[in-house]
Design a binder for this molecule. Structure first.
Ligand SMILES: [Zn+2]
Length: 410
């Protein structure tokens, strides 16, 4: 068979595998008949590919249902125990490493505060490399079963031959994170922006489920966003799209950590809010989470005025997103976003309505993330999962004609 034709056949098989696997993962259990009807693939193709997926251990039977007059139909679902996923959230104050099964059930967690080392890239890499055996051994999982390690980082991730991170606010200028991690692990690595990772997880499993166009905003110490267009993140020419935190909220305004002035992050990021609350009479020497919780509960007039200002800045920022992208949904996440949103979602939405154009605003809704304050680690775990569902298995193909699963060592 000519090489070109062989590749086409292989690509087609891979595409069919991906279609069926995604269907079973997100909508299973389903029967072979359901799969053929819903995907448009022939019953013979479905039967073939499903046979492969069962043979590889990725799909298992899940009971049966009676059919009209015929034989009972066997139901199928993706196998949660097929392998494991690691999700890493590189935050501003800590690195969180979590281990999941394929259904994204959390099996183990390592929380590694960054301390005085701050954002030194070597400290971050060391924490990630310490966290991997901590969760894998901690859950008594065979390292060979780990399909991949997803790493969600702040800033812009450039996806060249290897992932390089640019994050102006923490002083990362072209940090070769993937290469640095590669020196300490042979597990397959997937590095992406934390907000983008969170966005993918919310679209798949959270508040964005069933929608194609949404903006998922991440508010923590800093602020980011994932602009999801037709189900995929919009990345721009160099992967930097979605830096909502550094859009200008006030011309000539407060100095931002990025060096510019008046950025949204300089008003409503948790780092900025702690400083603003202190200037308004709040306590000194508290951490960001404690400061934000205190601000939200503070009955003083100064705190109330600051809360009003936060609602207005966030509302205006959300109105910008509505006017620019016309999404079906704006989803607010991140630990600070959830703290603020649970207390003030109505006011933020009212401010957004006041700033946005009526027509696009009437077709959108503002909601909170459903995957909780630690959704970035879940999101990071969806990076290797996406690769698997796309028909690839970074741990070494077990498909017919493929080699054995690779041996993983740390
Ligand atoms: Zn900025």
């Amino acid at each position: 068979m000519p090489e070109r034709r062989r590749r086409t056949v292989r690509d087609l098989r891979r595409a069919n595998r991906s279609v069926l696997l995604r269907r079973l993962y997100f909508d299973g259990p389903l029967s072979r008949q359901d799969l053929a009807r819903e995907t448009g693939l022939s019953p013979a193709s479905v039967s073939n590919v499903v046979g492969e997926l069962i043979g590889a251990g990725l799909v298992v039977e899940a009971g049966s249902v009676e059919s009209d007059g015929g034989r009972p139909r066997v139901l199928l679902k993706a196998a949660a125990g097929y392998g494991h996923l690691v999700g890493v959230d590189v935050g501003e104050t800590r690195v969180v490493v979590e281990l999941f099964d394929l259904a994204l059930t959390r099996l183990a967690k390592a929380d590694l505060p960054l301390g005085d080392g701050g954002h030194d890239e070597r400290a971050v890499v060391r924490h990630i490399l310490d966290g991997l055996p901590a969760v894998i051994d901690g859950a008594s999982v065979d390292p060979a079963s780990v399909i991949g390690v997803g790493v969600g980082v702040p800033g812009v991730v450039e996806h060249g031959p290897e992932a390089v991170v640019h994050c102006q606010t923490i002083g990362w200028d072209g940090v070769p994170l993937e290469r640095m991690l590669r020196e300490g692990t042979r597990l397959p690595l997937f590095v992406d922006n934390g907000a983008t990772s969170l966005g993918q997880a919310e679209m798949w499993l959270g508040a964005g489920r069933g929608h194609r166009d949404a903006v998922v905003v991440l508010i923590g110490s800093g602020i980011g966003a994932a602009v999801m267009i037709d189900g995929s993140p919009y990345r721009g020419a160099a992967g930097s799209a979605g830096e909502w935190g550094h859009t200008t909220s006030r011309v000539g305004g407060a100095r931002c950590r990025c060096g510019s002035r008046g950025c949204l992050e300089a008003y409503v990021g948790a780092t900025a809010l702690r400083e603003r609350y202190r200037a308004a009479g709040g306590p000194a020497g508290t951490g960001e989470e404690a400061a934000l919780a205190a601000l939200l509960a503070d009955p003083s007039a100064a705190a109330a005025a600051l809360r009003d200002d936060v609602a207005e800045h966030l509302g205006a920022g959300i109105a910008d997103l509505v006017n620019l992208f016309g999404p079906e949904k704006i989803i607010i996440g991140g630990w600070a976003g959830l703290l603020i949103g649970r207390r003030m979602l109505d006011r933020i939405t009212a401010a957004a309505a006041a700033y946005a154009l009526r027509h696009p605003f009437a077709r959108t809704s503002v909601d909170l993330c459903r995957l909780g304050p630690e959704a970035v680690a879940v999101g990071a775990a969806t990076l290797p999962l996406a690769h698997l569902l796309d028909g690839g298995d970074p741990a070494g193909a077990r498909w017919p004609g493929g080699g054995p699963r690779g041996i993983m060592v740390f």
